[in-house]
Design a protein around this ligand. Structure first.
Ligand code: PEP
Length: 247
Protein backbone atom coordinates (compact mmCIF):
# COMPACT_ATOMS: atom_id res chain seq x y z
CA UNK A 1 0.00 0.00 0.00
CA UNK A 2 1.30 3.47 -0.92
CA UNK A 3 0.36 6.72 0.79
CA UNK A 4 -0.23 10.19 -0.63
CA UNK A 5 -0.52 12.53 2.33
CA UNK A 6 -1.35 16.20 1.86
CA UNK A 7 -0.25 18.54 4.62
CA UNK A 8 -2.15 21.81 4.28
CA UNK A 9 -0.27 23.68 7.04
CA UNK A 10 -1.85 27.13 7.65
CA UNK A 11 -4.19 26.89 4.68
CA UNK A 12 -7.90 26.39 4.24
CA UNK A 13 -11.38 27.62 5.17
CA UNK A 14 -14.64 25.63 5.05
CA UNK A 15 -15.13 26.09 1.28
CA UNK A 16 -11.66 24.63 0.63
CA UNK A 17 -13.40 21.26 0.96
CA UNK A 18 -14.02 21.64 -2.79
CA UNK A 19 -10.35 20.83 -3.40
CA UNK A 20 -10.82 17.53 -1.60
CA UNK A 21 -14.09 16.74 -3.35
CA UNK A 22 -12.23 16.89 -6.66
CA UNK A 23 -9.47 14.63 -5.36
CA UNK A 24 -12.07 12.21 -4.00
CA UNK A 25 -13.85 12.15 -7.38
CA UNK A 26 -10.56 11.40 -9.14
CA UNK A 27 -9.84 8.58 -6.70
CA UNK A 28 -13.27 7.01 -7.28
CA UNK A 29 -12.57 6.59 -10.97
CA UNK A 30 -8.84 5.84 -10.80
CA UNK A 31 -8.03 2.30 -11.90
CA UNK A 32 -5.07 2.30 -9.48
CA UNK A 33 -7.22 3.36 -6.52
CA UNK A 34 -6.74 0.17 -4.54
CA UNK A 35 -2.99 0.63 -4.52
CA UNK A 36 -2.91 3.73 -2.34
CA UNK A 37 -4.47 5.73 0.49
CA UNK A 38 -5.05 9.48 0.51
CA UNK A 39 -4.74 11.30 3.81
CA UNK A 40 -5.18 15.07 4.24
CA UNK A 41 -4.11 17.04 7.29
CA UNK A 42 -6.04 20.34 7.31
CA UNK A 43 -5.79 22.85 10.18
CA UNK A 44 -7.62 22.00 13.42
CA UNK A 45 -10.50 24.33 12.47
CA UNK A 46 -11.53 22.04 9.60
CA UNK A 47 -10.98 18.63 11.17
CA UNK A 48 -14.55 17.99 12.23
CA UNK A 49 -16.35 19.05 9.04
CA UNK A 50 -13.84 17.31 6.78
CA UNK A 51 -13.84 14.12 8.86
CA UNK A 52 -17.64 14.00 8.81
CA UNK A 53 -17.93 14.70 5.10
CA UNK A 54 -15.38 12.05 4.13
CA UNK A 55 -16.44 9.52 6.76
CA UNK A 56 -17.55 6.86 4.30
CA UNK A 57 -15.43 8.10 1.43
CA UNK A 58 -11.87 7.48 0.42
CA UNK A 59 -10.08 10.50 1.85
CA UNK A 60 -8.81 10.04 5.39
CA UNK A 61 -8.36 13.03 7.66
CA UNK A 62 -5.62 13.76 10.17
CA UNK A 63 -4.36 16.63 12.29
CA UNK A 64 -1.03 18.39 11.81
CA UNK A 65 -0.01 18.04 15.42
CA UNK A 66 -1.34 17.06 18.83
CA UNK A 67 -0.47 18.10 22.36
CA UNK A 68 1.83 16.10 24.62
CA UNK A 69 -0.81 15.58 27.30
CA UNK A 70 -3.85 13.34 27.25
CA UNK A 71 -7.52 14.27 27.41
CA UNK A 72 -7.98 17.84 28.81
CA UNK A 73 -5.45 20.22 30.41
CA UNK A 74 -5.03 23.89 31.28
CA UNK A 75 -2.62 24.65 28.42
CA UNK A 76 -3.97 27.51 26.29
CA UNK A 77 -4.43 26.64 22.59
CA UNK A 78 -3.44 23.02 23.14
CA UNK A 79 -5.42 20.27 21.41
CA UNK A 80 -5.03 16.68 22.57
CA UNK A 81 -5.18 13.44 20.57
CA UNK A 82 -8.34 12.61 22.52
CA UNK A 83 -10.01 15.81 21.24
CA UNK A 84 -8.80 15.18 17.70
CA UNK A 85 -10.12 11.63 17.72
CA UNK A 86 -13.45 12.81 19.12
CA UNK A 87 -14.17 14.83 15.96
CA UNK A 88 -13.50 11.89 13.66
CA UNK A 89 -9.88 12.30 12.57
CA UNK A 90 -7.91 9.09 12.06
CA UNK A 91 -4.29 10.28 11.86
CA UNK A 92 -1.96 12.87 13.32
CA UNK A 93 1.37 14.22 12.20
CA UNK A 94 3.99 14.29 14.94
CA UNK A 95 7.40 15.94 14.75
CA UNK A 96 7.07 18.07 11.63
CA UNK A 97 10.19 20.21 11.32
CA UNK A 98 8.03 23.35 11.65
CA UNK A 99 7.09 22.20 15.15
CA UNK A 100 10.52 20.85 16.06
CA UNK A 101 11.92 24.29 15.21
CA UNK A 102 9.31 25.87 17.47
CA UNK A 103 10.46 23.82 20.45
CA UNK A 104 9.16 20.26 20.19
CA UNK A 105 11.71 18.06 21.97
CA UNK A 106 12.13 14.29 21.67
CA UNK A 107 10.50 13.90 25.06
CA UNK A 108 7.47 15.92 23.98
CA UNK A 109 7.29 14.01 20.70
CA UNK A 110 7.37 10.69 22.51
CA UNK A 111 4.40 11.74 24.65
CA UNK A 112 2.54 12.91 21.57
CA UNK A 113 3.04 9.48 19.97
CA UNK A 114 2.02 7.68 23.17
CA UNK A 115 -1.22 9.65 23.55
CA UNK A 116 -2.02 9.55 19.84
CA UNK A 117 -1.74 5.75 19.77
CA UNK A 118 -3.64 5.45 23.04
CA UNK A 119 -6.51 7.38 21.49
CA UNK A 120 -6.46 5.25 18.35
CA UNK A 121 -4.96 7.82 16.04
CA UNK A 122 -2.37 6.56 13.60
CA UNK A 123 0.86 8.53 13.73
CA UNK A 124 2.79 10.05 10.84
CA UNK A 125 6.14 10.63 12.48
CA UNK A 126 8.35 13.16 10.66
CA UNK A 127 12.13 13.12 10.73
CA UNK A 128 14.79 14.93 8.72
CA UNK A 129 18.16 16.61 8.76
CA UNK A 130 18.88 20.28 8.09
CA UNK A 131 21.31 21.71 5.53
CA UNK A 132 24.21 22.06 7.96
CA UNK A 133 23.80 18.51 9.23
CA UNK A 134 23.72 17.24 5.67
CA UNK A 135 26.85 19.21 4.70
CA UNK A 136 28.72 17.85 7.67
CA UNK A 137 27.64 14.29 6.79
CA UNK A 138 25.57 13.87 9.92
CA UNK A 139 22.36 12.85 8.15
CA UNK A 140 22.29 9.24 9.35
CA UNK A 141 23.23 9.97 12.94
CA UNK A 142 20.60 12.71 13.11
CA UNK A 143 17.88 10.45 11.69
CA UNK A 144 18.85 7.56 13.93
CA UNK A 145 18.72 9.77 16.98
CA UNK A 146 15.33 11.20 16.02
CA UNK A 147 13.96 7.67 15.63
CA UNK A 148 15.42 5.91 18.67
CA UNK A 149 14.64 8.78 21.06
CA UNK A 150 10.93 8.60 20.25
CA UNK A 151 9.82 5.30 18.74
CA UNK A 152 9.67 2.46 21.24
CA UNK A 153 9.35 -1.20 20.43
CA UNK A 154 6.17 -1.47 22.47
CA UNK A 155 4.38 0.78 19.94
CA UNK A 156 2.33 -1.04 17.31
CA UNK A 157 4.30 -0.48 14.12
CA UNK A 158 1.15 -0.92 12.02
CA UNK A 159 -0.13 2.35 13.48
CA UNK A 160 3.02 4.30 12.65
CA UNK A 161 4.16 5.79 9.36
CA UNK A 162 7.56 7.46 9.22
CA UNK A 163 7.97 10.45 6.89
CA UNK A 164 11.52 11.35 5.93
CA UNK A 165 11.57 15.07 5.16
CA UNK A 166 14.99 16.67 4.69
CA UNK A 167 14.44 20.19 6.01
CA UNK A 168 16.49 21.73 3.20
CA UNK A 169 14.03 20.26 0.72
CA UNK A 170 10.78 21.44 2.29
CA UNK A 171 9.24 24.18 0.16
CA UNK A 172 12.53 24.89 -1.64
CA UNK A 173 12.25 22.92 -4.88
CA UNK A 174 15.51 21.17 -3.93
CA UNK A 175 15.36 17.39 -3.85
CA UNK A 176 17.82 14.63 -2.97
CA UNK A 177 19.37 12.62 -5.80
CA UNK A 178 17.83 9.25 -6.54
CA UNK A 179 20.82 7.35 -5.14
CA UNK A 180 21.07 9.51 -2.06
CA UNK A 181 17.37 9.12 -1.29
CA UNK A 182 17.34 5.38 -1.85
CA UNK A 183 20.29 4.98 0.48
CA UNK A 184 18.65 7.13 3.16
CA UNK A 185 15.30 5.32 2.98
CA UNK A 186 17.09 1.96 3.30
CA UNK A 187 19.06 3.20 6.31
CA UNK A 188 15.87 4.43 7.96
CA UNK A 189 14.19 1.07 7.35
CA UNK A 190 17.20 -0.72 8.77
CA UNK A 191 16.97 1.25 12.01
CA UNK A 192 13.21 0.65 12.19
CA UNK A 193 13.66 -3.08 11.58
CA UNK A 194 16.00 -3.22 14.54
CA UNK A 195 13.24 -1.79 16.72
CA UNK A 196 10.27 -3.68 15.23
CA UNK A 197 11.52 -7.25 14.87
CA UNK A 198 12.65 -7.12 11.27
CA UNK A 199 9.52 -5.37 10.05
CA UNK A 200 9.64 -1.70 9.18
CA UNK A 201 6.67 0.65 9.35
CA UNK A 202 5.93 2.40 6.04
CA UNK A 203 8.53 5.07 5.21
CA UNK A 204 7.50 8.05 3.10
CA UNK A 205 9.44 10.85 1.48
CA UNK A 206 8.49 14.52 1.80
CA UNK A 207 10.07 17.69 0.43
CA UNK A 208 9.14 19.52 -2.80
CA UNK A 209 7.16 16.61 -4.19
CA UNK A 210 5.20 17.64 -7.27
CA UNK A 211 4.08 16.16 -10.58
CA UNK A 212 7.63 16.38 -11.92
CA UNK A 213 9.78 15.27 -9.02
CA UNK A 214 7.53 12.27 -8.41
CA UNK A 215 8.68 10.87 -11.76
CA UNK A 216 12.16 10.56 -10.28
CA UNK A 217 11.01 9.14 -6.95
CA UNK A 218 8.76 6.47 -8.40
CA UNK A 219 11.78 4.37 -9.39
CA UNK A 220 12.69 3.97 -5.72
CA UNK A 221 10.38 1.15 -4.78
CA UNK A 222 11.46 1.27 -1.12
CA UNK A 223 9.53 4.56 -0.77
CA UNK A 224 6.06 3.76 0.53
CA UNK A 225 4.53 7.11 -0.39
CA UNK A 226 4.81 10.86 -0.09
CA UNK A 227 4.09 13.69 2.31
CA UNK A 228 3.11 16.63 0.16
CA UNK A 229 2.96 20.24 1.36
CA UNK A 230 2.60 23.00 -1.24
CA UNK A 231 1.21 20.81 -4.02
CA UNK A 232 -1.58 19.43 -1.81
CA UNK A 233 -3.37 22.77 -1.79
CA UNK A 234 -4.35 22.35 -5.44
CA UNK A 235 -6.48 19.40 -6.56
CA UNK A 236 -4.81 19.40 -9.98
CA UNK A 237 -1.26 19.36 -8.58
CA UNK A 238 -2.11 16.65 -6.07
CA UNK A 239 -3.87 14.50 -8.68
CA UNK A 240 -0.93 14.99 -11.09
CA UNK A 241 1.40 13.50 -8.48
CA UNK A 242 -0.73 10.35 -8.23
CA UNK A 243 -1.19 10.13 -12.01
CA UNK A 244 2.51 10.52 -12.73
CA UNK A 245 3.48 8.06 -10.03
CA UNK A 246 1.45 5.28 -11.67
CA UNK A 247 2.13 6.31 -15.27
C1 PEP B 1 5.94 19.68 4.24
O1 PEP B 1 5.83 20.77 4.75
O2 PEP B 1 5.71 18.67 4.93
C2 PEP B 1 6.34 19.55 2.83
C3 PEP B 1 6.76 18.40 2.40
O3 PEP B 1 6.26 20.68 2.05
P1 PEP B 1 6.56 20.83 0.46
O4 PEP B 1 5.92 19.66 -0.24
O5 PEP B 1 5.92 22.13 0.09
O6 PEP B 1 8.05 20.82 0.29
Amino acid sequence: MKYFIGNWKMFGVPKSINILKKINFFHLKDRNRNKYKIIITPPYTLLETFSKYFKNKKILVGSQNCYQKDHFSSNTAAVSAYMIKSVGAKYTLVGHSDNRSEGDTNEMLKNKVIFALKNNLKVIFCIGENKIEKRSKKTFSVLKNQIIKVLEKKFNKDNIIVAYEPIWSIGTGKIPTKNELKKTILRIKKILKQIYKKKSPAVLYGGSVDGNSVKIFKDIREIDGFLIGGASKSSKKFIDIIKNYYR
